[in-house]
Design a binder for this molecule. Structure first.
Ligand code: AMP
Ligand code: MG
Length: 486
């Protein structure tokens, strides 16, 4: 374990030069206070978790100090926002501080979000508010604990600097970690500006850094696209299986690593609703929960378009055809495990689909349903769960088929409970829980955020004394309007 100032950097992206990013220094925020840090994320950098107590972390986290080897840069990219091409986006309020190399030889980008204005800020102030910084922090670390690929979060630093959104709020910064900050929109930028040599150079670098096995393939670029597609499909399968709604699936928010990226007005489903829209400015429901699958496919098509100077269209099309089958196989595999099936049978897909149709329009809490279904004996669990369904004959027929399917699994009931509880979280990041912690943090009380983070870092474990985080949300908590301004 290292002290804070002994990180070693290897800033590969910065070395690509001014075609890809611009040197910008962070603009500090006043009176920094460390809100919360993630011990697991600190460990990724081989930092001792006690570093969270080091006052220098808050200094760095609010833009007052830099690691000696950091080289802050704002990246340029573009992207499709709500289906419309925006030719120039880029890091408008975040800086890539540099790439830390840990003891395992992994590169981790450190990105300071909310660091002030950059050449890509357009009309924005370059800032992030405490509310959205805490939301991104909590979600990053929780999704990781759920087994959903995601960027990570090191810490949030609050300040006394005011930032104006719908109202005056406290400014803050988040230090985000990811093995890459390259987005689909990076490739779109170099494609649509006709800088195809720069496009090829970026693809070559990304392959070398993150997809080296493509180099052994006869068509490295085609193989690269195929692997990005596979990872994206696997990520979306996990979102859908766990009820995660991203809310702003613009192509500039899609990571080239297939990790969940750029958290805005996201939500986990409380009551199951396939048509749920978490972003209240998404009037048409483009990014509604059930649309995330076709939208991911649409976004991959936008990436494919940007790669047409490098890959034959036929090859790109052939990969696009694989998206749905890969997605479905991954999703069904996880849903089977959520239902307690270790084996796979043809009728499973229908059984899952019937269950979701019954949940739609009932008042069934999506997370609690699966957790309680794992309780023993199964008959009793099903009897309790039945209460929440509207279509009782439908539920009874489903429950009978479920019992019959479960019987084919064999095994002892205690094994079933342990197996199911290992994939069905007891604790999920509900918007109202985040909201309560944020309101306390805005008053300088950081205890609730820290406790919520600790609970959500172990979502599958029974945690004595933490039952209040596992309860059904109060009625007001189900209808919170989450602002997309951040
Ligand atoms: P987002 O919706 O957060 O993914 O951001 C979309 C684009 O707007 C990105 O280029 C961001 O850097 C930029 N952006 C968002 N908020 C701000 C802000 N407050 N100031 C400057 N740029 C911003
Ligand atoms: Mg973004």
């Amino acid at each position: 374990m290292k002290p804070l100032d002994e990180l070693s950097f290897d800033n590969r992206f910065a070395r690509l030069g001014d075609t890809y990013s611009t040197a910008v220094l962070p603009q500090p925020l006043d009176e920094p206070k460390l809100v919360v840090a993630s011990p697991e994320a600190l460990t990724l950098l081989n930092l001792d978790p006690s570093v969270a107590e080091d006052p220098r972390l808050a200094q760095i986290g609010a833009g007052h100090a830099l690691w000696a080897e950091a080289e802050p840069r704002a990246m340029v990219y573009s992207g499709h926002q709500f289906g419309v091409y925006n030719p120039r986006l880029g890091d408008g309020r975040g800086l890539l501080l540099g790439e830390v190399v840990n003891d395992a030889g992994e590169h981790w980008d450190l990105h300071l979000k909310g660091a002030g204005s950059t050449p890509y800020s357009r009309m924005g102030d370059g800032r992030a508010v405490l509310r959205s910084s805490i939301r991104e922090f909590l979600a990053s670390e929780h999704l990781h604990a759920l087994g959903i690929p995601t960027s990570r979060a090191l810490c949030v630093t609050a300040s006394s600097t005011s930032v104006y959104r719908e109202r005056r709020e406290r400014g803050a910064m988040l230090i985000r970690l990811a093995q890459s900050h390259v987005r689909f929109g990076h490739f779109e930028y170099f494609y649509y500006t006709r800088q195809h040599d720069a496009l090829r150079e970026l693809v070559d670098q990304v392959i070398g850094w993150h997809y080296p096995d493509c180099l052994e393939h006869p068509e490295p670029y085609g193989s690269f696209f195929r692997q990005v597609l596979e990872r994206t499909a696997a990520m979306i399968a996990r979102w859908q299986a766990y009820g995660f709604c991203h809310g702003v699936m613009n192509t500039d928010n899609m990571s080239i690593l297939g990790i969940t990226f750029d958290f805005g007005p996201y939500a986990f489903l409380d009551d199951f609703d396939a048509r749920f829209i978490c972003n209240h400015s998404d009037d048409t429901g483009r990014y509604a929960f059930e649309n995330q699958v076709p939208i991911a496919h649409w976004n991959l098509a936008a990436l494919a378009q940007a790669l047409t100077p490098l890959v034959q269209v036929e090859a790109l099309r052939a990969s696009m055809e694989l998206f749905l089958p890969i997605y479905e196989a991954e999703w069904l595999d996880l849903m089977r495990r959520r239902l307690g099936f270790a084996s796979a049978r043809d009728e499973d897909k229908t059984l899952v689909q019937r269950l979701l149709r019954l949940m739609q329009g009932s008042a069934v809490d999506y997370t609690r349903f699966f957790r309680e279904l794992g309780d023993s004996p199964a008959d009793e669990a099903l009897r309790r769960l039945r209460e929440d369904f509207v279509n009782l004959p439908g539920f009874d027929a489903w429950a009978a088929d479920y019992r019959a399917r479960l019987a084919l699994e064999g095994g002892d009931p205690a094994g079933r409970r342990a197996r199911m509880h290992a994939v069905n979280p007891k604790y999920i990041l509900r918007n109202y829980l985040a909201q309560q912690a944020i309101e306390a943090a805005e008053q300088d009380n950081f205890g609730p955020v820290r406790e919520l983070h600790r609970v959500l870092a172990h979502p599958f474990d029974e945690q004595p004394g933490m039952q209040r985080y596992a309860e059904r949300p109060p009625e007001w908590g189900k209808h919170l309007e989450i602002s997309c301004s951040s």
